[in-house]
Write a protein that binds this ligand. Structure first.
Ligand code: SF4
Ligand code: MG
Length: 331
C-alpha cells in the first residue's frame, strides 16, 4: 500500500488541573482540547509537515500518530495496522519501524554515555539478537550523518563536541535501526542558526538514501519549505489547511496560512527570524472560540464564522481548506 500513515478524526483532550475545592463545588470539568478532530494521511516516502504556533497541537498529533499516547477519540493507523488492536508484544515489534528526533539534543542525550553507546542504545532495545553487528551499524550511520571519521567520535561524550554535532548524534540514533517513519519534532529549532541549513540538507539527503517517510513538525513555514512535500497548517487543534507544499505556498487558501506566509522572510535559513503571528486574542485550547476558531483574529470573518465551524473542503486538487469563504482566494 502507498499509504504508510493514516489518522482519522483524532482527538486528545486533557482534563484541566483543578483544585480539590473546585472539584467540590463544580460538576463540570474543563478539558484542554489539544487535538480536536484531525485527519490526514502520509504516503510512503513522503515528507509531511505539520505547522502551527505553540498550542496548535502539533507535538501531540506527532505522538498520537506514532501510537505513543492514547487517543481520546478517532483512529491512528500505521501500514494498515490500528495501534489500538495490538498486544503489548505486537506494539513493541511495530515500534521498531518508527523513530523520533526531538528538538533538544542535550535533553535527549545522557551526558555520561559515550556517543557510540548512545547511538547503540536503540539497537540494544530493538535488535538485541544482532549484538555482534551493532558496532558496525553504528559506525556506518555515524559516517552517513557526517560524524567523520566515526572512530574519532565513537568514544567521545556529548559535552566534548559542538551543538550541531550533537544534533547529528540524535539523527544517527534515530536512523540506526533503519526505521520507515521518522517523527522529527522541531529538529533544528534549538540548533545554532549557522548549522540549521546543513542539518536540513542532511535530513533531506538521508530521507532519499534510506527512503524514509517524515512527519516533520515545525512552528515556521520557512523550515517546512525546505523539506516537506505536503503540509498541514494547524490552528488550535484543528487542521486549517492541507495540501502540496508548493501549492499551499503559491496559493494559501486559509486566512491564517496567509498571515503566516506574509510573515515569512527570505527563504535563506541563515537569515531566519521568528515570525510575528497575526494580531488578536491569544489562542486558548481550553475554551476555543465558537464556529471557526480563527474568527477572533480573522480579517475576513463574517457573522456565520462565529456560529458554524468550517469543515475541510477540497477547493483545488489535493488542496483542502477549512474556511467558509476561501473561494475568494483561489487563484
Ligand atoms: Fe476567517 Fe471565517 Fe474563513 Fe474562519 S471561516 S478563516 S473566520 S473567513
Ligand atoms: Mg512542541
Amino acid at each position: 500500500d502507498d499509504i504508510l500513515v493514516k489518522v482519522e478524526n483524532i482527538k486528545k483532550w486533557y482534563p484541566v488541573q483543578t483544585t480539590f475545592l473546585d472539584q467540590l463545588f463544580t460538576q463540570q470539568r474543563d478539558f484542554v482540547r489539544a487535538v480536536d478532530g484531525v485527519s490526514f494521511t502520509i504516503k510512503r516516502g513522503e515528507a509531511f509537515g505539520l505547522a502551527g504556533e505553540s498550542g496548535s497541537g502539533k507535538s501531540t498529533i506527532g505522538r498520537l500518530t506514532l501510537g505513543l499516547e492514547e487517543l481520546t477519540e478517532g483512529r491512528a493507523i500505521f501500514d494498515g495496522i490500528d495501534y489500538s488492536t495490538l498486544s503489548v508484544d505486537e506494539n513493541r515489534k511495530l515500534r521498531r519501524r518508527m523513530q523520533v528526533i526531538f528538538q533538544d539534543p542535550m535533553a535527549s542525550l545522557n551526558p555520561r554515555m559515550s556517543i557510540g553507546s548512545a547511538i547503540t542504545q536503540p539497537l540494544r532495545i530493538h535488535y538485541p539478537e544482532k549484538a555482534a553487528e551493532h558496532r558496525d551499524m553504528v559506525l556506518s550511520i555515524m559516517d552517513k550523518v557526517g560524524l567523520t571519521p566515526p572512530l574519532f567520535f565513537y568514544n567521545k561524550y556529548p559535552h566534548q563536541i559542538s551543538g550541531g554535532q550533537r544534533q547529528r548524534i540524535v539523527i544517527a540514533r534515530a536512523l540506526v535501526t533503519q526505521p520507515e517513519l521518522v517523527l522529527a519534532d522541531e529538529p533544528i529549532a534549538m540548533a545554532d542558526v549557522s548549522v540549521r541549513a546543513q542539518l536540513l540538507d542532511l535530513m533531506v539527503q538521508l530521507k532519499k538514501e534510506f527512503n524514509l517517510t517524515y512527519l516533520f513538525i515545525t512552528h515556521d513555514l520557512a523550515t517546512a519549505k525546505y523539506i516537506c512535500d505536503r503540509i498541514g497548517v494547524l490552528y488550535l487543534g484543528r487542521m486549517a489547511e492541507v495540501g502540496p507544499l508548493r501549492e499551499v505556498y503559491a496559493n494559501p487558501l486559509h486566512p491564517y496560512t496567509q498571515a503566516l506566509m506574509a510573515a515569512v522572510p527570505k527563504p535563506n535559513p541563515h537569515k531566519r527570524r521568528t515570525y510575528p503571528m497575526p494580531e488578536g486574542e491569544i489562542p486558548n485550547p481550553i475554551n476555543p472560540p465558537s464556529g471557526c476558531r480563527f474568527h477572533p483574529r480573522c480579517p475576513f470573518a463574517k457573522d456565520e464564522c462565529s456560529r458554524v465551524e468550517p469543515e475541510l473542503r477540497e477547493l483545488r486538487p489535493d488542496h483542502l481548506v477549512a474556511c467558509h469563504f476561501a473561494e475568494q482566494f483561489v487563484k
